[in-house]
Design a protein. Structure first.
Length: 216
């Protein structure tokens, strides 16, 4: 809400400066009109950039304590081939065909300094991709891989922007990826949680506990 209010304030200021510039130009006060017009363009451009950043941030989930990011259930459909159903906390679910012995989910995490948290910037995360993996390195190199994105491409890639200009964003504390992986098994159900330190996966039923207990 704080950031949205700032965007509105800068946009309104830009519009006011633009109106003032037009009035000065009509009165043939060229220098004052140009200065006010340039200020208006800067303020409006800043508002537009900030709005794009906020829209991208909304693809991330706010994180104040460990919380559930979703549940993942498996059913075997072939040799080392599983159907995986990822269910988000809001009830939305996605289906994937995963090959291999194990599943892996990756996430992106944005962590802010204390000053930024006062402005409403909590640590944020976004699940990035899901894929199958093999226990043996040789299989990883030679067998078919399955991996899927969990978010559509963004017009403004905030992650890439922060990664490139990290030193220019003093209120950012950390920018990192996190991943968790566990074995796939017929009927296994796992919970995926996210904390300040990254992703955590836990078995939720006996099939998952047996798979983890026999995992090599």
């Amino acid at each position: 809400m704080t950031i949205t209010a700032l965007i509105v304030v800068f946009a309104l200021a830009g519009i006011l400066f633009l109106a003032a510039a037009l009035r000065r130009l009509r009165r043939r006060r060229i220098l004052g009109g140009v200065l006010h017009g340039a200020t208006a363009l800067v303020l409006i451009a800043f508002s537009l950039c900030a709005a794009l950043i906020v829209m991208n941030l909304r693809t991330y989930q706010r994180l104040t304590a460990e919380q559930s990011a979703g549940e993942l259930q498996f059913s075997r459909v072939g040799d080392r081939l599983f159907n995986a159903v990822l269910t988000y906390p809001n009830g939305e679910h996605l289906n994937f065909a995963l090959s291999g012995d194990e599943w892996q989910v990756d996430a992106r995490v944005l962590k802010w300094h204390a000053f930024a948290t006062l402005l409403g910037f909590d640590t944020a995360y976004r699940l990035d991709r899901i894929g199958g993996r093999y226990s043996r390195i040789e299989d990883e190199r030679t067998r078919a891989r399955t991996v899927y994105p969990l978010n559509p491409p963004q017009r403004v890639d905030l992650w890439a922007w922060f990664h490139q200009y990290h030193s220019w964003v003093p209120w950012m504390d950390a920018l990192y990826g996190s991943a968790t992986f566990l074995p796939m098994a017929d009927g296994a159900l796992y919970e995926i949680n996210v904390s300040q330190s990254g992703l955590i996966a836990r078995p939720l039923n006996q099939a998952a506990r047996d798979a983890v207990g026999n995992w090599h």
